[in-house]
Design a protein around this ligand. Structure first.
Ligand code: SF4
Length: 388
């Protein structure tokens, strides 16, 4: 298969051009054509030397991901399901808001972390996405939306997507090698020119890679916390057994001096009777304000759980979510409740992919393989924590 130019950041593309005997500025031209103009046809890239325009088609291409499904909500939210081959599919979601447009993209097909409240985790891990497959989600969405919203006809040149969150399927920091060039391309003025503050990596807590990200490409960081104690987090986010909360919060503190924002966002999925009691709120306040005697500068984002079949979990009531938020805010923790968007099309992250894969029988085969490899059934076993 020929090289996919969507998989290169500027340095990577410059090295590719160099191997063709071309100067670095050709890489800049190519990046601008691809990412700023959405152009995939080399013969349309009018300022490239003719010899290069003729040479490139045999060597490389700008290869988009096939779209398996597109769902559009009445509120403007759009969800795409992209085919990444071998029966795998990943989801990408565009969320329009006043003054900004956020794209939530996937970094892996499936996920190995296996969070108990996550539909993607329930499907198991299939494979890492390549840089090209991560970038292709942004490339497609940005240029589709410009056409869809009629930007060209209205003479608008600004981007539709102002924010990117790596919060779709997969744990981005477990696919770091592919993630890093993708992030650099998002920030590059010749690529998408997004501010570091507007690109967010969301992690379940891969501590060593948080340190790497701080050194290599510090963007905004969101941490999927979901529990205030190790005992509960071990059950909800199994990665906690490897990197417990104290280590995770230490990594957050170390990240902050390099971070583009002066706080970390902690995501907290509200699960009825599991992590949503007053005691949990008090434990969370003590944890985030008391860690190492100084606390972690942060914002807390409460996420109403989006139920999916077989999770065995329910979303906390609206009253409980608001009461939990109010308790945190009253203690001085800035806390927001995520608005549910795209209700009419929505499903838990990973659910659309799961449904499509189920139709092909891939999930079933994967479950059978997993059962053979690991005879322990992966089921929800933890009863709601007692509030004493
Ligand atoms: S919440 Fe994120 S890290 Fe956890 S299983 Fe789902 S995709 Fe993986």
């Amino acid at each position: 298969m020929t090289a996919n130019l969507l998989g290169f950041d500027l340095d990577g593309l410059a090295a590719f051009c160099e191997r063709l005997g071309e100067k670095r500025f050709r890489a800049v031209q190519l990046l601008r054509w691809m990412h700023q103009h959405g152009e995939s046809r080399f013969d349309q890239m009018s300022d490239l030397a003719r010899s290069l325009r003729e040479k490139l088609p045999g060597l490389c291409e700008v290869r988009a991901l096939p779209v398996l499904a597109q769902q559009e909500s009445a509120d403007g939210t759009i969800k795409w399901l992209f085919d990444v081959g071998d029966g795998n599919a990943v989801e990408t979601v565009f969320i329009p808001e006043e003054g900004r447009g956020t794209l939530c993209i996937s970094s892996q097909a499936g996920c190995a972390v296996g969070c108990r409240f996550c539909s993607t985790g329930a499907q198991g891990f299939s494979r890492n996405l390549s840089t090209a497959e991560i970038v292709a989600q942004l490339w497609f969405a940005e240029h589709f939306l410009r056409r869809h919203l009629g930007h060209q006809e209205r003479g608008l040149s600004e981007r539709v997507i102002s924010n990117v969150v790596l919060m779709g399927m997969g744990e981005p920091l477990q696919n770091y090698a592919a993630l890093l060039p993708a992030l650099r391309l998002m920030l590059d003025d010749h690529g998408y020119g997004l501010s570091r503050r507007r690109v967010t990596v969301s992690t379940s807590g891969v501590v060593p890679m948080i340190e790497r990200l701080a050194a290599d490409c510090p963007v905004a960081l969101a941490v999927s916390l979901h529990a205030p104690t190790d005992a509960l987090r071990d059950e909800l986010v199994p990665l906690n057994r490897k990197y417990p909360i104290a280590e995770l919060l230490d990594a957050c503190l170390a990240y902050l001096p390099r971070a583009p924002r002066d706080f970390i966002t902690f995501e907290y999925c509200m699960l009825d009777g599991v992590n949503d009691q007053d005691l949990h709120a008090e434990q969370l306040i003590a944890l985030l304000q008391g860690h190492r005697g100084q606390g972690v500068p942060c914002k807390v984002n409460l996420i109403p759980f989006n139920p999916f079949p077989a999770s065995g979990l329910r979303c906390s009531s609206r009253a409980r979510v608001l009461s939990f938020a109010q308790r945190l805010n009253a203690a001085g923790l800035v806390t927001t409740v995520r608005k549910t968007r795209g209700d009419d099309i929505d499903a838990a992250c990973g659910q659309l992919a799961g449904e499509v894969l189920d139709r092909t029988g891939v999930s079933e085969r994967r479950e059978q393989q997993a059962a053979l490899a690991n005879p322990q059934p992966v089921i929800w076993r933890k009863p709601p924590e007692k509030v004493s």
